[in-house]
Design a protein around this ligand. Structure first.
Ligand SMILES: NC(=O)c1ccc[n+]([C@@H]2O[C@H](COP(=O)([O-])OP(=O)(O)OC[C@H]3O[C@@H](n4cnc5c(N)ncnc54)[C@H](OP(=O)(O)O)[C@@H]3O)[C@@H](O)[C@H]2O)c1
Length: 243
């Protein structure tokens, strides 16, 4: 039986782990050819192998726009772009080095902008871009001012691109994960700090639990396949922003 994404080419940055990997696997199981892009080649190759023949691995650091350009040079067409590459940088405003905040933006914000920049000329009518922001755009998270600003910037970029690219038949949306557990997310917090943050956060979430990567993949699949949704930010957060 033909799957809904058969014949589609999907590029997923940050596809070697966590949310990006779950999205890549979901798209591949629905018939897409999936290109996974992230930095560590071995982990990326293992991820692609575990998905199977429909996934290929292209090592790429999205903070380097020349590498992002090379990533897209290899394809005549891109039907779906998902930009999940990134980490989290915490710190009080008066102690987090400005250079660290700048390099955070270089990867997680400008990596998404660069991917859209190089993908759009290859995207036919009917294609979709799914950016990745985060709950921090919508709730005040202390010690995460740079991350909060970054997530807000991604959401704003999604809305602007949705309007800009609608005449080309390209839809643009963002997934905004809340607390998602079981990923490999890197941050500058200690293991104990991460656990304490997660514990206090779970108590605030109406569904009283963290989400899973597969649940973010469900949202990405919806955005990839529903042809009349564009310019939306889909909060995958167990009701956190609603509370
Ligand atoms: N987990 C959460 O609770 C949560 C909440 C809100 C938002 N988010 C955001 O969702 C996205 C995915 O997070 P996750 O939890 O799935 O994290 P993850 O498991 O660590 O996955 C992150 C992926 O991004 C890649 N990556 C990181 N920096 C990169 C770079 N400069 N160039 C290319 N690839 C890069 C990583 O591989 P390499 O290290 O090998 O490059 C990995 O494949 C991130 O942007 C994260 O900030 C996550």
């Amino acid at each position: 039986m033909e799957e809904i994404l058969t014949g589609k080419i999907a590029v997923v940055t940050g596809g070697s782990a966590g949310i990006g990997y779950a999205i890549g696997r979901r798209f591949a199981s629905s018939g897409a050819k999936v290109i996974l892009a992230s930095r560590q080649p071995q982990r990326l190759a293992t991820a692609a192998k575990s998905i199977g023949d429909s996934a290929i691995a292209i090592p790429t650091d999205v903070s380097d726009s020349e590498q992002v350009q090379r990533l897209f040079e290899g394809f005549e067409r891109v039907d779906i772009l998902v930009t999940c590459a990134g980490a989290a940088v915490f710190g009080a405003i008066d102690t987090l080095p400005v250079a660290e905040a700048q390099s955070f933006f270089a990867g997680r914000f400008f990596g998404q902008l660069a991917a859209a920049h190089y993908a759009v000329p290859k995207m036919p009518v009917g294609s979709a871009i799914i950016l990745c922001s985060g709950i921090a755009a919508s709730v005040g998270l202390p010690y995460y001012s740079a991350g909060s600003a970054l997530c807000g910037a991604v959401n704003s970029m999604a809305r602007a691109l949705a309007v800009e690219l609608a005449p080309k038949g390209i839809r643009v949306n963002a997934i905004s994960p809340g607390l998602i557990e079981g990923t490999d997310i890197q941050s500058n917090l200690s293991k104990e700090q991460v656990e304490s943050f997660a514990e206090s956060t779970r108590a605030r979430i109406p569904l009283k639990r963290a989400g899973q990567s597969n649940e973010v993949a469900d949202a990405a699949f919806f955005l990839a396949t529903c042809g009349y949704v564009t310019g939306q930010i889909i909060e995958v957060d167990g009701g956190w922003t609603a509370s």
